[in-house]
Design a protein around this ligand. Structure first.
Ligand code: HEM
Length: 154
């Protein structure tokens, strides 16, 4: 299989796995299973980290894929992509903070942040899957270019 398709498919799978693990981790804490919640959330963070490592390696060594569909739709795609990038960055920052709050046993704050973090995490995963579907399934054929060109077109 082509590397330009295989690597994004693997990294997107890790986003989906990570969101599922966070969802299961939430259900576990609602049921009072604290240790299982902790392990599940750490596994979710590891899956997100694996996504990030694969994504960054691809960005550095191969490049990013540009929009391959109708040029008139490109501006909407770019706005959506930037929205997704903002969500994913927020998910990483809130994710690390929520983990730290958990390990420091600041559970009242952790609980509030945890709900918000999980919602951002899910939104980031969903928008990430939509970007994948647009770039590789619905409108394949976009060229692989250096990162800034693929995101901003400059
Ligand atoms: C990114 C990672 C994490 C996320 C997104 C997360 C998310 C959450 C959420 C959403 C809740 C509240 C559940 C609810 O009441 O609806 C919660 C509670 C809790 N979490 Fe986490 N969690 C994470 C990591 C951890 C870790 C690493 C620990 C332990 C070291 C931990 C320990 C707890 C405990 C003990 C509670 C219950 C707090 C209470 O009873 O007030 N969590 N977490």
């Amino acid at each position: 299989m082509d590397m330009h398709f295989l690597l994004p498919t693997i990294s997107t799978s890790f986003i989906v796995i990570s969101a599922v693990l966070v969802g299961v981790g939430w259900v576990l804490i609602v049921r009072g299973k604290k240790e299982a919640h902790q392990s599940m959330m750490v596994a979710g963070a590891v899956a997100a980290l694996l996504f990030f490592i694969i994504y960054m390696s691809r960005t550095i060594f191969v490049g990013n894929t540009a929009w391959g569909g109708d040029p008139e739709m490109e501006i909407f795609y770019r706005i959506f992509l930037i929205f997704h990038i903002i969500l994913a960055t927020a998910a990483a920052v809130f994710g690390i903070s929520t983990l730290v709050l958990g390990f420091k046993k600041k559970f009242a704050t952790h609980r509030r942040w945890g709900r918000f973090t999980s919602m951002i995490w899910f939104s980031s995963a969903l928008t990430g899957v939509i970007v994948y579907v647009l770039l590789y399934l619905l409108y394949p054929g976009g060229h692989t270019r250096p990162v800034w060109e693929a995101i901003l077109g400059v």
